[in-house]
Design a protein around this ligand. Sequence first.
Ligand code: DGY
Length: 326
Amino acid sequence: MSLPKVYVSRRIQDAGLLLLNGRVEYEVWEEIGPVERGVLLEKGATADGLLVTLSDRIDEELLSRCPQLKVVGNYAVGYDNIDVKAATERGVLVTNTPDVLTNATADIAFALLLASARRVVEANEFLRSGDWVTWHPNLLLGSDVSGSTLGIVGMGKIGQAVARRAKGFDMEILYVNRSPKPEIERTLGARRVALEELLAASDFISLHCPLNEETRGLIGEEELRAMKRTAFLINTSRGPVLDQKALFKACSEGWIGGAGLDVFEKEPVPLDEPLLTLKNVTTLPHLGSATIKAREGMARKAAENVLAALEGRRPVDLVNPEAFRA
Ligand code: DGY
């Protein structure tokens, strides 16, 4: 009997690929850059499963050209690159990789928060360019993190992990979330508030909501103007949650203190992006889950989810349970 066919759109960690050995017939896109659309369409046409990354757009057009497809395993917790509704209508299971990247992503959010507050990247460049001529009482002064107020937008698993880190810095925690999180309120003293209150009261705001039609453009000019002039905005969720043009105005005209960004509206961010000229904006190339442990966990989960679907079992990280038929 022939094995099911899986196309893997990037060379993920062996921890995941080895699980596929002998259970499916698989092929991997070996280039550093994302798989070309034409190749994905061609491979998808005969695939039973796709194991993809956030660089791959899995839309109606692609799904309609993959008649055998049973599962799309995303190697990411966010799945805004996949048209889940279209997949569900076709009975295609969609899976993601939660949990294994929670701490890594919370760490990078906190790294950006600390780096923004204490001007770490700016100071590094100052030193290396030979500008450090003397210690001075007013040299590169930053903002206190300890004892300040953190506003978390989206109190899911990553938001909660950020809140736990903030507790260690004696921060007051405010949050916005669709549903209350009583356990987090009890253990960390976090307070659920309206977005307006969070914007006005926070010294740091960290975005942890998924990208969907409700959150696209959630933070725009009006919201940035509502923030404290000294506050910093941290984004490790998805670029389009934030209006980048408005953020440039906010950071360059002093409406807010600055920003720390791991994600952008367009990735890789074009080098002529105005935000890249600002000293009060710290940027990273989408590294939230980029630790060895997290990425191995993601590879393992993505592979296990695809295998489960192809072997008729319910995948652990099923995004669209309504598409599952036992
Ligand atoms: C995710 O998992 O959604 C991250 O953005 C990439 O790891």
